[in-house]
Design a protein around this ligand. Structure first.
Ligand code: 5GP
Length: 184
């Protein structure tokens, strides 16, 4: 059921997202079968919808934890210095960790986080991102599981926001120009 009035030019439909998330979950399930001590770490707030669908489709024993980060400076990740607003509840030492991110843009956030989490001595650490904006990358960071490649445009929906809104849209797309104009 489309949200009305429809505010985005749809790029990825809810149906395509569901199919891709299912496939990713299968791939991850196959890779981690028999693995104990798996922790799936969601980065708040953008990954909350994705991680909810992803872990429910993963046929594995796992725990879920969350981190919230923000960058110093006015533009997200402009400085590459990331502040931890909410840390993990549990230790990841000796555990297999999958970090779940909504979108990798410059890569600065993940680069910092992966380095930070590695100092806590996990048994392994991999990254799963729903969207990958390759062209915007400033820092190379390994992303083992990717949902979709995304053009270098600002997208919303399925957890991704603009000024705190539109996270609840079931599809992903670019906000229509008139929506930006109204927000000004
Ligand atoms: P990076 O550090 O890779 O540049 O930034 C990653 C974060 O920036 C994402 O987790 C997300 O919060 C935000 N971000 C990057 N591109 C977009 C986008 O197109 N739409 C939205 N809503 N957020 C984005």
């Amino acid at each position: 059921m489309p949200h009305r009035p429809y505010v985005i030019d749809e790029m990825i439909s809810a149906k395509s997202i569901a199919a891709r998330v299912e496939a990713l979950a299968k791939e991850i399930t196959a890779s981690y079968r028999g693995t104990n001590k798996l922790v799936v770490v969601g980065l708040l707030r953008g990954s909350f919808v994705f991680i909810a669908d992803l872990v429910r489709a993963m046929n594995l024993a796992l725990e879920v934890d969350f981190m919230a980060v923000s960058s110093y400076g006015d533009r997200p990740s402009s400085s590459g210095v990331v502040r931890i607003l909410k840390d993990l509840n549990s230790s990841i030492a000796g555990r297999h960790v999958i970090v779940v991110e909504d979108i990798v843009d410059t890569g600065l956030t993940l680069d910092y986080l992966v380095e930070n989490l590695q100092t806590r001595h996990p048994a392994s650490l991999k990254v799963c991102a729903l969207l990958d904006k390759r062209e915007a990358r400033k820092r190379e960071v390994a992303v083992e599981y990717i949902g979709f490649h995304c053009p270098n445009e600002f997208v919303v929906g399925y957890g991704l926001d603009y000024c705190g809104r539109y996270r609840n849209l079931p599809a992903i797309g670019v906000l229509k120009p008139e929506v930006y104009r109204k927000a000004e």
